[in-house]
Write a protein that binds this ligand. Structure first.
Ligand SMILES: O=C(CO)COP(=O)(O)O
Length: 256
């Protein structure tokens, strides 16, 4: 089955409100409407930038989705500092990144919390971009696939095939994030293939065949072609290179 590629920008903690408007406008200006239907494009700005970014894309009728970088599973209440799914939906988010290694590493997010977030998103009709990936120590120990596939199983616990089908998995080796050290296409393909096999065990071959698996970690205009040419890599989750409209647009074009 031919999966439609997804090119997603994770802006992380970058861009003030004003800067977000400028970047969204540049992306919108450079988006070519002939790409619609061939590649999905998503940006995940900081919470405060979601609405201004969405307003730019909506005004221009540019089919770029917006998603959050994180979410809390309770719909409302006394959870100071958190953002709920209804809040994200109302500003036009279709999805949220869940379990990014920076959240797992700096903010202590556990596999159980990742799972609660994924369940809450799919219950609300949104989709999750579930991030998984190993540290250098795990890679050196030779247990990468075991580690990453255990993260996938934990994230999707209690989720049925129909709900999972809308979700995306992003393989982001921690040692490749923001380091300029990309996984080789062979390394990335091997892990993405193992992820798809795990999805097949959980949800059946047909659903696994339809789910998108992205690569993330120093993906840039120089290495994107080789990475997205791999049979189990269906696009990218981009940090640094998504902050420059011209580079992000090049990455989108590489998926066509
Ligand atoms: O963490 C990432 C995307 O979520 C990848 O970041 P970089 O593209 O900056 O390495």
């Amino acid at each position: 089955m031919a999966r439609k590629p997804l090119m997603a920008g994770n802006w992380k903690m970058n861009n003030t409100y004003g800067e977000a408007v400028v970047l969204a406008q540049e992306i919108s200006n450079n988006y070519n409407k002939s790409w619609t239907g061939k590649v999905d494009v998503l940006v995940c700005p900081p919470y405060i930038d979601l609405k201004p970014a969405k307003t730019v894309f909506e005004f221009d009728r540019t089919p770029v989705e917006i998603g959050a970088q994180n979410v809390y599973w309770e719909p409302k209440g006394a959870f100071t500092g958190e953002i709920s799914i209804p809040m994200l939906k109302e500003v036009g988010c279709t999805c949220s990144i869940v379990g990014h290694s920076e959240r797992r590493g700096y903010f202590g997010e556990t596999n159980e919390e990742v799972n609660r977030k994924v369940r809450a998103l799919v219950d609300a009709g949104m989709y999750a971009i579930v991030c998984v990936g190993e540290s250098l120590a795990v890679r050196d120990a030779g247990t990468t696939e075991e580690f990453v596939c255990a993260q996938v199983r934990a994230a999707f616990a209690g989720i049925d095939a129909q709900e999972a089908q809308r979700c995306v998995v992003a393989y982001e080796p921690i040692w490749a994030i923001g380091t300029g050290r990309t996984a080789t296409p062979e390394q990335a393909q091997a892990v993405c293939h193992a992820i798809r096999q795990t999805l097949a065990e959980l949800f059946g071959a047909q659903v696994a065949d339809e789910m998108r698996v992205l690569y993330g970690g120093s993906m840039n205009v120089g290495n994107v072609e080789m990475l997205v040419a791999q049979p189990d890599i269906d696009g990218g989750l981009i940090g640094g290179a998504s902050l420059k409209a011209d580079q992000f647009i090049q990455l989108v074009k590489a998926c066509l």
